[in-house]
Design a protein around this ligand. Structure first.
Ligand code: ADP
Ligand code: ADP
Ligand code: MG
Length: 666
């Protein structure tokens, strides 16, 4: 029987909420959003036909509150709820509560979520269904001595995993028997605090495996298919960074074997809807790792190679329809890749960033490129949620075309206001080993030095663009100040024209520690810049959005320079450079303004104060530890000195930019 869904509530936020609503709208379904206090102006709210507040910013008090979400469903008359991913998507209690309220849960039956919710129980089930497993122990008995003996039997290195785990939490690699007891205790502690359950499993740790997962789909009429595989081997600390489909080197025999194993896994738990069976593969072998009973973050690469809309499939199945295609009819065409653009700082061990997106340009509109995002320029990435800015998905006729498009898409992406992993992602896309599909889960660790190079110093081209942007801005400002009675007065055009034809100005920039001064000589229509590498003639136009069309020594190029205060971010040739313009009018202020002040890098809680007032510290010494988004960040002394004043105590909440302590000369 088909029960059409007329109003769909999306119990999520961000890009996935926006994405689900896009498909619902295309199907003629009315959309309802829910939002926390932090999200009142968010894109997912603006994308919905109606939106309901569900509580304060912390997810626990909003997006994880089953009752608040069901109330919104009742008030809006929603007949179905899509949970997205994360939050309540794998919460069997939520699926039950929806059913009890007479609302369709767009996801698998609660029983299937429960069966796959514990990695240990899932492995026991898969073993029975004949699905291959990584050698390991996934039993009930959690005696520490027994687990240690099992680790010996399996052979080191082993991996301890939280049975209730996800997102890499509670996972520990153990290399020798001596390290086992401590690693076990720490995995159990993490598992307890993250999932409220300290149960673990132990498996053989494979040295250079690939992560290959299979997209499965089942309907309520007993049909089940696989929509081929995705390779998610490019990972950092066991978290996905790049995903692609199909998996390079996959043969049709192996695809069929893995597809069958995945469909068997789904059938073993009475699965309905979209699910992903994750395998770890090494050499000729592949082993079941876990099943994610929801839509996956990286589902767009599967959509790209099959030409199917997986959210549409989910909704059709939830309405009681049969799967749209039979196994033999599921297309596989071309190659697709996805990267996750995050607000995180690779230079600070990928510390999540919070703050305002002062400028945001995403590469939508390039050939074969799709962008899924939940934010716009001017929005804030907050401490409360996942700091993902966007997913960038590219497709090409073959893998090489997809790689090139990925590089181009990342080159065309611009974010100012927060550090992102853009340059890191672009370095992966540009790496010859990536183009050669030398994929395994150690890829990033292996190529770390090339993927995370220290920032390149600003070269003459970058300095010329920065100088041009400053000169054009000053000309614009003086033109605004011009006497309207005499608009053609040379006094109004540019500062240099005030004096004589040979006038010049000196501009000073700071590139990290390095100070650079650039003398600009005014010439009709442009400038001659005295740059570190020599004189260059420069002309060009700067638009209010920061884009610049310039001619540098005759070479025409386009770039963008975005100013936030005195900080300039120069985007050119796919790279980005940050320079500080040292405005002579403000120089004295800058010298006294922030000297000696040490500020919180992000909003958070003070969890440790390492120093006391009056204590002398050496450059680099740890001073205060701030915790934000479950990550610790140590504020260190920028130079030798003495702690004059401490402004906070352990446990205090601090805003980003709050002065933590004052350092004086010792
Ligand atoms: P996959 O890529 O396999 O789907 P991941 O574990 O990499 O799974 O990503 C899903 C995770 O992302 C969730 O478990 C959750 O921690 C986080 N997450 C999911 N949805 C959201 C969301 N809407 N906003 C913020 N974070 C989310
Ligand atoms: P999560 O719930 O965090 O997604 P998974 O069990 O899916 O946990 O594992 C996450 C990642 O850890 C995998 O994608 C893989 O890179 C790595 N991993 C998992 N099991 C093993 C193993 N036995 N050997 C080596 N790496 C593994
Ligand atoms: Mg996983």
């Amino acid at each position: 029987m088909i029960r059409p869904i007329r109003t769909l509530l999306v119990a999520n936020r961000g890009e996935i909420a926006v994405r689900v609503m896009r498909t619902a709208k295309a199907m003629g379904i009315r959309t309802v959003a829910v939002y926390s206090e932090a999200d009142a102006d968010a894109l997912h709210v603006a994308s919905a036909d109606e939106a309901y507040p569900i509580g304060p910013a912390p997810a626990r008090e909003s997006y994880l509150r089953i009752e608040a979400i069901l109330d919104a469903a009742r008030l809006s008359g929603a007949d179905a709820i899509h949970p997205g991913y994360g939050f309540l998507s794998e919460n069997a209690g939520f699926a039950d509560a929806c059913a009890a309220a007479g609302i369709v849960f767009v996801g698998p039956p609660a029983s299937a979520i429960r069966a796959m919710g514990s990695k240990s129980a899932a492995k026991a089930l898969m073993e029975k269904a004949g699905v291959p497993l990584v050698p390991g122990y996934h039993g009930e008995d959690q005696d520490a001595g027994l687990l240690a003996r099992e680790a010996e039997r399996i052979g080191f290195p082993v991996l301890i995993k939280a049975s209730a785990g996800g997102g890499g939490k509670g996972m520990k690699v153990v290399r020798s028997a001596d390290d086992f007891p401590e690693a076990l205790a720490s995995a159990q502690r993490e598992a307890k605090s993250a999932f409220g359950d300290d149960k673990v499993l132990v498996e053989k740790y494979l040295a250079t495996p690939r992560h290959i997962e299979v997209q499965v789909f089942a309907d309520s009429r007993g049909n089940a298919v696989y929509l081929h595989e995705r390779d998610c081997s490019i990972q950092r600390r066991h978290q996905k960074v790049v995903e692609e489909a199909p998996a390079p080197g996959m043969t049709s025999e192996r695809r069929a074997a893995m597809g069958k194993a995945a469909v068997d896994a789904a059938k073993a738990v009475g699965y309905v809807g979209a699910g992903t069976v994750e395998f770890i593969a090494e050499g000729e072998h592949f082993y079941f790792m876990e099943m994610n009973t929801r839509l996956q973050v990286e589902h767009p690469v599967t959509e790209a190679i099959t030409g199917q809309d997986l959210v549409e499939w989910q909704i059709r199945v939830a309405q009681g329809e049969a799967l749209p295609l039979r196994q033999a009819d599921i297309p596989l065409k071309g190659h697709a890749m996805e990267v996750r653009l995050y607000a995180e700082d690779p230079a600070r061990d990928f510390l999540p960033q919070v703050g305002r997106l002062d400028h945001l340009l995403l590469p939508a509109g390039l050939p074969g490129t799709r962008v899924d995002t939940g934010v716009r320029a001017g929005d804030t990435v907050s401490i409360h949620y996942d700091p993902m800015i966007a997913k960038i998905i590219v497709a090409g006729a073959d893998r090489l075309e997809a790689v090139r498009r990925l590089e181009a898409a990342l080159a065309a992406t611009e974010v100012v206001g927060l550090a992102t992993n853009r340059v890191f992602l672009k370095a992966i896309a540009a790496h010859p080993a990536f183009a050669a599909a030398e994929l395994d889960t150690n890829f990033i660790a292996r190529h770390q030095d090339q993927l995370l190079p220290p920032p390149a110093p600003a070269d003459d081209m970058v300095l010329a663009l920065a100088a041009l942007s400053i000169l054009k801005e000053e000309a614009r400002q003086s033109a605004e100040a011009v006497d309207p009675a005499d608009p053609w007065s040379p006094w109004g055009r540019a500062p240099g024209w005030r004096l004589n034809r040979d006038a010049h100005v000196d501009l000073a920039f700071a590139d990290g520690e390095r100070r650079i001064s650039v003398r600009a000589h005014f010439r009709p229509g442009g400038f001659i810049l005295a740059l570190p590498g020599g004189d260059v003639s420069v002309e060009g136009e700067a638009a209010p959005d920061g884009s610049i069309r310039a001619r540098l020594g005759g070479v025409a190029l386009t770039a963008r320079v975005i100013a936030s205060g005195s900080r300039l971010t120069v985007f050119v040739r796919g790279g980005e450079y940050v320079l500080d313009f040292i405005d002579p009018r403000l120089a004295s202020q800058a010298a006294t303004g922030t000297a000696g002040r040490l500020v919180a890098p992000m909003p958070g809680t003070i969890i440790r104060i390492v120093v006391e007032e009056g204590q002398e510290v050496a450059k680099g010494a740890a001073l205060v530890v701030v915790e934000a988004m479950k990550m610790e960040h140590t504020v260190a002394a920028p130079r030798d000195g003495r702690v004059k004043t401490l402004k906070f105590a352990v446990g205090d909440l601090v805003d980003e930019g709050a002065e933590l302590l004052v350092l004086e000369d010792a």
